[in-house]
Design a protein around this ligand. Structure first.
Ligand SMILES: NC(=O)c1ccc[n+]([C@@H]2O[C@H](COP(=O)([O-])OP(=O)(O)OC[C@H]3O[C@@H](n4cnc5c(N)ncnc54)[C@H](OP(=O)(O)O)[C@@H]3O)[C@@H](O)[C@H]2O)c1
Length: 252
């Protein structure tokens, strides 16, 4: 099961954190990879790390808020591989402020990066999938897309990630006829560049012990099995699913 040999997987946010971590799992399963992010030097590092797996790896500098860069990446991918089988929308960033303090610019930055990007990248690569009548799209939302929170004021992030959740359902319903599945993973707290400043504080570690039933953050690789399953041929009848991988945060 879960043999992705011959499949082409596009990963946004592949230069860091969760996206970078999942590239290794895709390569282990035999998928060829297209890596997207702005820091091309980081993508070149990831490519080197994946050399031992013998899969093809194409790093492309791409800002997922910019249509011209997304369209260029899609054209390049289609020209090189002739198809796209899997898309993981993982790129994300946030300006953290509460609803009464956030500026319009901070709101727009987060909505552009975390929500509009998912639409734009899905449109560009989904059209290639449609031609081939096959696709697996996995959107990385957040447990903050399912609930609010009392600890980190981050209203635009909640709104964006909640948007990704229902974007997933609507896109899944629309694209089912094209044999394209669209699913969503909602990670809990994982230690990455995005979260490390907050997660490393003793105050937050105490908070997590009380509010995460498993009483810990996610470890490296703990979302990968979910991503690989949803990317696989075996998940052919799974679409529109919202899968929290959060140590139980959203079950209480
Ligand atoms: N870590 C957590 O606890 C957690 C929890 C829930 C959800 N998530 C979600 O998981 C995803 C990955 O986050 P992470 O924790 O792994 O953070 P990270 O280590 O900061 O990685 C973020 C990735 O997104 C890319 N990115 C950001 N803005 C971009 C843009 N405009 N264009 C292209 N790429 C962009 C970054 O690449 P460049 O800077 O090189 O462009 C980087 O590869 C995000 O969607 C995040 O919201 C994370």
């Amino acid at each position: 099961m879960f043999n992705l040999k011959g499949r082409v997987a596009v990963i946004t946010g592949a230069s860091s954190g969760l996206g970078r971590g999942m590239c290794k799992s895709f390569a282990e399963c035999g998928a060829d990879l297209v890596l997207l992010a702005r820091r091309i030097e980081r993508l070149e590092e990831v490519k080197k790390e994946l050399l031992p797996y013998g899969v093809k790896v194409i790093p492309i500098k791409c800002d997922v808020t910019k249509n011209e860069e997304i369209d260029y990446a899609a054209r390049l991918t289609e020209a090189y591989f002739g198809k796209v089988d899997i898309l993981v929308n993982c790129a994300g960033a946030s300006k953290d402020k509460g609803v009464l303090e956030m500026t319009d610019e901070e709101w727009q930055f987060t909505i552009d990066t975390d929500l509009s990007s998912v639409f734009k990248v899905t449109r560009a690569f989904g059209n290639i999938m449609k031609k081939n009548h096959y696709g697996r799209i996995i959107n990385i939302s957040s447990m903050y897309g399912l609930v609010g929170n009392t600890e980190i004021p981050t209203i635009a992030y909640h709104a964006s990630k909640g948007g990704v959740v229902n974007f997933t359902r609507a896109a899944a319903a629309e694209l089912a006829k094209d044999n394209i599945t669209v699913n969503c993973i909602c990670p809990g707290y994982f230690y990455t560049e995005l979260t490390r400043d907050v997660l490393k504080t003793p105050k937050f570690q105490e908070f997590a012990k009380v509010h995460v039933p498993m009483q810990r953050y996610g470890n490296d690789g703990e979302i990968n099995a979910g991503v690989i399953f949803l990317s696989s041929d075996e998940a052919s009848y799974v679409t529109g699913v919202i899968l929290p991988i959060d140590g139980g945060y959203t079950c209480v």
